[in-house]
Design a protein around this ligand. Structure first.
Ligand code: UD1
Ligand code: UDP
Length: 362
């Protein structure tokens, strides 16, 4: 029997790995082991609970205001005995988090094969996003088998010298997650509050945006909310303490801006589905918003999600206050401009997890 270990540990990699873990667990010829790093705590646990996934190992590394040194070091120290004990046939890591990087490096040191899910995304700018572009490129150096979400991700890996026969285009497991959470009749207090308005969903948490760039974003969105009485804005604030205090100081007390704790994934996906537009520096949210046809504005200078940008629903607008204010004001004022980006969505294209599991079982 094949032993496959999935290692993840933050909110986004959990959302994208849980559907795959659940699929692998249905396969009789595979023993699936789940090891979470605990790089995130509450934000990870709420995803595990939503998908009904129980880890076999929890490295519990998170500490408040952790540095990249803290995460990398503590994961590598903690995962070593787990790998020594289990000796899996393959370890699956996801995307570009420090959990993925540290777990892959540990496997490399122990000569354990690595499968990389969501492989091949690139901005080609090592500091953007930081440190994620480095993390994903480093995992590509180590991985034995790559599951690329798109053709362009596969080409990126081939152009870096990776062997084409070990790179599979599988689609993105985030759509499997989305397919299981979005319901037209979903209700939650945030959606009740937003009823009858044009809802803007905001998320921002990237390390490189903390400080001035994030303050620019907050100034712009406050002005946008002031100008448009029919607009409401929901911002589930990331748990990083460096973000919360500034967000509350700059956006608190506005009657059409709701600041919340991070939302459970089911509520969040359904709020996204009812939103008018999205402002975000997230990676995964770009994919989800594009799948649901929501006009999405990226608060970064570069994005690795090429297909989403080519689809026309996602635009990179950076973090300058004047640019954010003018672009969003135009979209809110001119329905024709809005309609150039908005798409009606049909069925969500699920199936990436099944495909990856099929390949792993072969
Ligand atoms: C990490 C990922 C990033 C991903 C993001 C998703 C890296 C380097 N970055 O960044 O790619 O987009 O997760 O959110 O892997 N915290 C809590 N509870 C939680 C989660 C976080 O209190 O459940 C606080 C802690 O103080 C922690 C801080 O947030 O120290 C930052 O977490 P960390 O994982 O270091 O960075 P993220 O910005 O979340
Ligand atoms: N998400 C969530 N609750 C929130 C905000 C985001 O469940 O309050 C989900 C979102 O649907 C997406 C993922 O978290 O699947 C994105 O995570 P994040 O933006 O933190 O990380 P990134 O994708 O940028 O690495």
């Amino acid at each position: 029997m094949k032993k496959i270990m999935a290692v993840f540990g933050t909110r986004p990699d959990a959302i994208k790995m849980c559907p795959l873990v659940k699929e692998l667990k249905t396969r009789p010829d595979v023993k699936t082991i789940v090891c979470v790093s605990g790089q995130h705590r509450e934000m990870l646990d709420s995803v595990l609970e939503a998908f009904g996934v129980s880890p076999d190992y929890d490295l519990s590394v998170m500490k408040s205001e952790q540095s990249l040194f803290d995460i990398t070091e503590s994961i590598m120290q903690a995962i070593r005995p787990v790998l020594e004990r289990e000796r899996p046939d393959i370890v699956l890591v996801h995307g570009d988090t420090t959990t993925a990087f540290a777990a892959a490096l540990s496997c490399f040191y122990m000569k354990i094969p690595v499968g990389h899910v969501e492989a091949g995304l690139r901005t080609y700018s090592i500091f953007s996003p930081y440190p994620e572009e480095f993390n994903r490129r480093s995992v590509s150096l180590i991985s034995d088998i790559d599951f690329a979400p798109t053709k362009s991700a596969r080409y990126a890996l081939i152009s870096e010298g990776k062997s084409p026969e070990k790179i599979y285009v599988t689609g993105n497991t985030v759509l499997d997650a989305l397919g299981s959470t979005v319901r037209v009749d979903h209700s939650c207090p945030e959606l009740e509050w937003a009823r009858g308005s044009r809802l803007i969903l905001l998320t921002t948490h990237r390390r490189e945006n903390i400080g001035e760039p994030m303050k620019n974003v907050f100034n712009a969105v406050r002005r946008i909310a002031d100008d448009h009485p029919d607009v409401k804005l929901i911002y589930p604030v990331h748990m990083n303490p460096e973000i919360g205090s500034v967000a509350r100081q700059m956006l608190g007390g506005h009657d059409r801006i709701m600041l919340t704790e991070p939302l459970g994934v089911v509520d969040f996906h359904n709020i996204l589905n009812k939103s008018y537009l999205v402002l975000t520096d997230s990676g995964g949210l770009q994919e989800e918003a594009a799948a649901l046809g929501k006009p999405t504005f990226i608060l970064r200078d570069l994005s690795e999600r090429r297909e989403e940008i080519l689809s026309g629903t996602v635009k990179v607008i950076g973090t300058r206050e004047s640019e954010i204010y003018s672009v969003i004001s135009r979209v809110l004022k001119d329905e024709k401009v809005y309609e150039t980006m908005h798409r009606a969505h049909g069925d969500i294209e699920v199936g990436a997890s099944k495909l990856i599991a099929d390949i792993l079982c072969r």
